[in-house]
Design a protein around this ligand. Structure first.
Ligand SMILES: [Zn+2]
Length: 313
């Protein structure tokens, strides 16, 4: 059994994950980052202790997946927008002291990638790119069976590759990033700007709502979906051009309506990528659902300390 912690800007989930990748116990609480790190870490420790008591299990390690920029080797946060005041705090050291086991922390996109590579849609593949499309675009890269890391253990942010130099401003400092064009809020913004105000009845329509309208035949919603599929396809074509992986696994809230986008995505990829065998790269949907991040946190620990790697494809 491995203890698993998933730290996001709005909620923290804690669980116990068995060696088959099943979450046998799970608890959740709001992050309340503004109350400070000390409150946050004692809440995590308390939730873990309760989960352990309920299962009667002993854990051999604890894995953490977290939002934000972090140093996975030192096990501390760097610049974390969503967790103000948590910079340079080390949950790895603190939980290790508290529970007497080794602790590993990874960016949550990397943790999700590890989970899908080992137990999910990337199983059996050694070159995988995992992409989550929700309010932002993130993910992780598995190359030759290992998690890819940049300099100093850094996590690459392919959601911020630029597609349109004069596109909308992005939080990263550039314009026209994939995330700024294809994340859920970009689709919502496009719809608000293009659909006549009287059709919107003063209501903000979510990406999910736009998809429902598109299914009912609403013209503007169908255009928004078409635009979304195009930008998703372009970003994925770029990833195929750069990595030509065995598989790209798509997850995140936007993929709950994947059936609306996949046709366009495949069309865009087919129309380009002529210089690589793009048809050999499988486009698959993530298969672990909402437990992916907790399973990924546990997998991050196994990848780090038990040298678990992924089958050569
Ligand atoms: Zn950006």
């Amino acid at each position: 059994m491995i203890g698993a912690v998933d730290i996001g800007g709005t909620k923290i989930a804690v669980g116990i994950v068995d060696d088959g990748g099943r979450v046998v116990r799970r608890a959740e609480a709001p992050t309340e980052a503004e109350r400070g790190y000390a409150v946050g870490i004692s809440k995590i420790a308390k939730m873990l202790r309760e989960a352990l008591r309920e299962t009667g299990a002993a854990v051999r390690g604890i894995g953490i997946g977290s939002t934000g920029m972090l140093d996975p080797i030192r096990g501390e946060w760097l610049d974390v927008d969503f967790l103000p005041g948590w910079e340079h705090k080390s949950p790895v050291q603190d939980l290790s002291r508290e529970f007497g086991v080794r602790v590993a922390m990874e960016n949550d996109g990397d943790a999700g990638a590890l989970a899908e590579a080992y137990w999910g849609a990337g199983k059996g593949k050694s070159r995988m790119v995992y992409v989550t499309i929700g309010t932002g675009i993130g993910g992780g890269i598995i190359l030759d069976g290992h998690l890819y890391r940049g300099v100093a253990g850094s996590h690459p942010e392919f959601g911020h590759h630029v597609m349109e130099a004069s596109g909308p401003e992005c939080t990263c400092g550039l314009r026209g990033c994939w995330e700024a064009l294809a994340a859920g809020c970009s689709m919502e913004k496009w719809y608000q700007e293009h659909c006549p105000a009287e059709d919107q009845n003063g209501k903000v329509v979510t990406a999910r709502g736009i998809c429902d309208l598109a299914r009912k035949g609403n013209g503007f919603a169908k255009q928004a979906v078409e635009r979304e599929g195009t930008y998703l396809g372009l970003g994925l074509a770029n990833l195929i051009g750069m990595f030509v992986p065995d598989v790209i696994v798509l997850g995140g809230g936007m993929m709950q309506s994947a059936d609306l986008y996949l046709g366009k995505i495949r069309e865009v990829i087919r129309s380009g990528c002529r210089f690589v065998p793009a048809e050999k790269t499988q486009i698959a949907l993530a298969s672990l659902g909402e437990d992916a991040n907790l399973i990924g946190a546990a997998m991050a620990w196994r990848h780090r300390y038990e040298q678990e790697t992924f089958a050569a494809g």
